[in-house]
Design a protein around this ligand. Sequence first.
Ligand code: PMP
Length: 296
Amino acid sequence: MGLKIYLDGKLVGEEEAKISVFDHGLLYGDGVFEGIRAYNGLIFKLEEHLDRLYNSARAIMLKIPLDKKEMKEAVLMTVRANKLANAYIRLVVTRGKGDLGLDPRKCPRPTVFIIASTIKLYPRELYYKGLEVITVPTNRNTVSAIDPQIKSLNYLNNILAKIEANLVEVPEAIMLNKDGYVLECTGDNIFIVRNGVLITPPTYLGVLAGITRNTVLELAGKLKIDAREEVFSRYSLYNADECFLTGTAAEIIPVVRVDGRVIGDGRPGRISLRLMKAFWKLTKKEGTPIYKRGMM
Ligand code: PMP
């Protein structure tokens, strides 16, 4: 049985969920999106994801045809229709159908669709073994061109970096800015630990304000781990005691090798493991309930 997809106000079968070839989301990557997780019947950080979606849309002057409350209901309805308790939810708003020119004023109605499905995860053992990653030649988009804080459908910058990682068969790529400062990965934020201090690049430098990143910063506060948003280069990365990536899909995943340099002692670090544990605990108990008791 196929999935039930939310498309412009209606739930339709997967086969019927079709979008026009004139949709500017497709023609130009003109649109915004979110990737959201549900754990054990609870949607994790739903309000935060909706806030970011509406901020991304505002930044590109895209008026979403639903208010946040209606969007929240649409998300819940889609997850319920697919009878999911653990899910990966993709929420997309495109500029909609227009003509072949790129003028967004020719697109009268944004397209909204929601896919609630499951997710293929990194194997569990990798979280205890750690990843090997590289820094890549493709720089992250600059703030003055396309601010990476806009979670837009235009992911070619990230895809180019992903191709560079694929070519040497590593699962993620660390992207830098033109000055060589570390920004983020193709689909994850990055953290390092040096001398007991947790450090992640500040968003003004040109990184997505990741929801998982923010959760980790909050958890660090609770666990009394000194955390800072600070600019750092590959030098600090290579000399870090610990390194990990964060994202809705990846959660918190340790990195043990960067550009052939072993990080710390080559195993996930103590602070990384503490944060992973705290994060998983949080996902089990916090979130927007999908079902009222006895509904599923
Ligand atoms: N950076 C980029 C470029 C991403 O695509 C993502 C995934 N949405 C992240 C960081 C992590 O963000 P989040 O924790 O909100 O999933």
